[in-house]
Design a protein around this ligand. Structure first.
Ligand code: ZN
Length: 104
C-alpha cells in the first residue's frame, strides 16, 4: 500500500517522527476509505456470484425439466413457456420446434 511505502521511505530519510497530526489523520482516513471500498467490492463480488449461481441453477433446471416429449431433446426456456401457454394445443407437454408442427 502506498502510504506504508511512503512512511518507510520517509522514516529512512529522517530517522525521527516527521508526521504532524494532520498527516496521521490523513493517512488514517485513506486507510479507512480503502477498507470501506474493499468491503464494498467484496459485497458486490458476493452478490455477483450469487446472481451467477442462481442463473446457472435456473438454466440447469430448465434443461432438466424442459425436454421435447417426442425426441427428448432439451429445449430453451422460450419454447417451454410457449408450449405451456398453449396447453390445449400441446396438452401441457413440451415439444421442440420440429415436433410442434404435427400438433398445429
Ligand atoms: Zn422434438
Amino acid at each position: 500500500m502506498l502510504p506504508e511505502i511512503k512512511l518507510s521511505v520517509l522514516k529512512l530519510q529522517h530517522q525521527s517522527p516527521i508526521f504532524s497530526d494532520d498527516d496521521i489523520l490523513y493517512m488514517y482516513n485513506v486507510l479507512e476509505e480503502s477498507n470501506i471500498s474493499d468491503q464494498d467490492i467484496r459485497k458486490k463480488h458476493v452478490e455477483m456470484l450469487k446472481t451467477k449461481a442462481s442463473i446457472k441453477a435456473t438454466n440447469e433446471s430448465q434443461i432438466k425439466v424442459a425436454t421435447c416429449m417426442t425426441c427428448g431433446r432439451a429445449v430453451s426456456g422460450k419454447v417451454e413457456v410457449f408450449c405451456l401457454l398453449n396447453k390445449e394445443r400441446f396438452k401441457g407437454s413440451i415439444y421442440c420446434y420440429e415436433h410442434q408442427k404435427p400438433h398445429i
